[in-house]
Design a protein around this ligand. Structure first.
Ligand code: PLP
Length: 385
């Protein structure tokens, strides 16, 4: 079955006997037992809830996993994942991670005794040189946020396997529609479901997906014990959002390619980071391991004042954190998503005061471009936005 069909029909709907097309929202904290020592399979919603179970099955199937766990946010999923590790364990992570993930690792996980090294995980020789006896995992974001670096996931998995390490991949930007890390050899996939999976900028959620029974068992134990589960209503929003994942991803990517090409021709734009442009340094790896490029673009303008003016002048686009929804959002990573990273480190990675990041949405591409044009170049908008 094609993935676009799986997005709509990808899990068995146990409520089919009612004829309901939409999976019901089981807004129940607890479930009655038919008798002593008996269970309907549902006891308490922190452990199992039928609406959440349905979205978990869909996400597991889309990612080619055996289990998916739905969390109340992407960060709660990553925080729970860190509970797999013990004091002294060492993790090698992509250096250009989402700022919130670095904040978690540096302020909470380190306090709990974990150790981290950050590096460009696309450079496997460097990754190899950082492996030591305490190393337990390689944590990859690909493409990274916001500099769009791409790691060869299959090659990283081969290295990890030879050294007995787990590979964890944050697949938020490309989603299973364009990239399947578990098929490439990874052990665990992470999502901020807040982004493309839900797709409408209206709910937070997160997922951990695995294709290993042992990891599923450990993660389920952590899940029921720490409790950051996705609510029934938000699970339903995710189910609804995922139904249109395929069409949204394709159309957003089409728009992103147009926006990226337009940005390339702008005098005030000095650098563009979009993995769908053939001159992106990792283009060949993207073509090899993914079926699409997504719709996240970072770009650097000539001056700080140009970046700030653009943010003040946009009329249709929205100056907001987050990504992946139907609305086109522009972020200023320096002040928003990556504000907690020390200045020197941010600058070293290219996150300077001229860098902007766009999550290209589903509006008409010409409308997006004309708003950018008037905001960047002071030209009158073509479409009266
Ligand atoms: C790549 C990536 N991973 C994880 C997260 C965290 O997800 P959430 O905001 O749903 O907690 C984000 C949030 O922006 C993200 O961009």
């Amino acid at each position: 079955m094609d993935i676009s069909t799986l997005c709509i029909h990808g899990a068995e709907n146990n409520t089919h006997h009612t004829g309901a097309i939409s999976v019901p929202i089981y807004q129940s904290a607890t479930f009655a037992h038919p008798g002593v020592g008996q269970s309907t399979g549902y006891d308490y919603s922190r452990m199992q809830n039928p609406t959440r179970e349905y979205v978990e099955k869909i996400v597991a199937n889309l990612e080619h996993g055996i289990d998916a766990l739905a969390f109340s946010s992407g960060m709660s999923a990553i925080a729970a994942l860190m509970e797999l590790f013990s004091i002294g364990d060492h993790i090698i992570a992509s250096e250009d991670l989402y700022g919130g993930t670095i904040r978690l690792f540096e302020n909470i996980s380190r306090k709990n005794g974990l150790q981290f090294d950050y590096t460009d995980t696309s450079k496997l020789d460097t990754v190899r040189s950082l492996i030591r006896k305490e190393t337990k995992a390689i944590y990859i974001e690909s493409p990274t946020n916001p500099m769009m670096q791409v790691t060869d996931i299959a090659a990283a998995c081969e290295l990890a396997r030879s050294r007995g390490l787990l590979v964890i991949v944050d697949n938020t930007f490309l989603t299973p529609y364009y990239q399947l890390p578990l098929v490439l050899g990874a052990d665990i996939v992470i999502h901020s479901g807040t982004k493309y999976l839900s797709g409408h900028n209206d709910t937070l959620s997160g997922f951990l997906v695995t294709n290993r029974e042992d990891l599923s068992e450990k993660l389920r134990f952590i899940y029921k014990t720490t409790g950051a589960c996705l609510s029934p209503f938000d699970s339903w929003l995710l189910i609804r959002g995922i139904k249109t994942l395929a069409v949204r991803m394709d159309r957003q990517q089409e728009n992103a390619l147009k926006v990226a090409h337009w940005l390339t021709a702008q005098e005030k734009v000095k650098k563009i980071y979009y993995i769908g442009l053939p001159d992106h340094p990792d283009y060949a790896v993207s073509i090899k391991q993914s079926t699409g490029f997504g719709s996240m673009i970072s770009f650097e303008v000539d001056k700080e004042v140009t970046a700030k003016q653009l943010l003040e002048r946009i009329q249709l686009l929205l100056f907001a954190e987050s990504l992946g929804g139907v609305e086109t959002l522009i972020t200023y990573p320096m002040l928003q998503t990556h504000a907690d990273i020390p200045l020197e480190e941010r600058l070293r990675r290219g996150i300077n005061d001229c860098l902007l990041r766009i999550s290209v949405g589903l509006e008409n591409a010409d409308d997006i471009i004309s708003d950018l044009d008037q905001a960047l170049n002071g030209r009158r908008s073509l479409h009266g936005v």
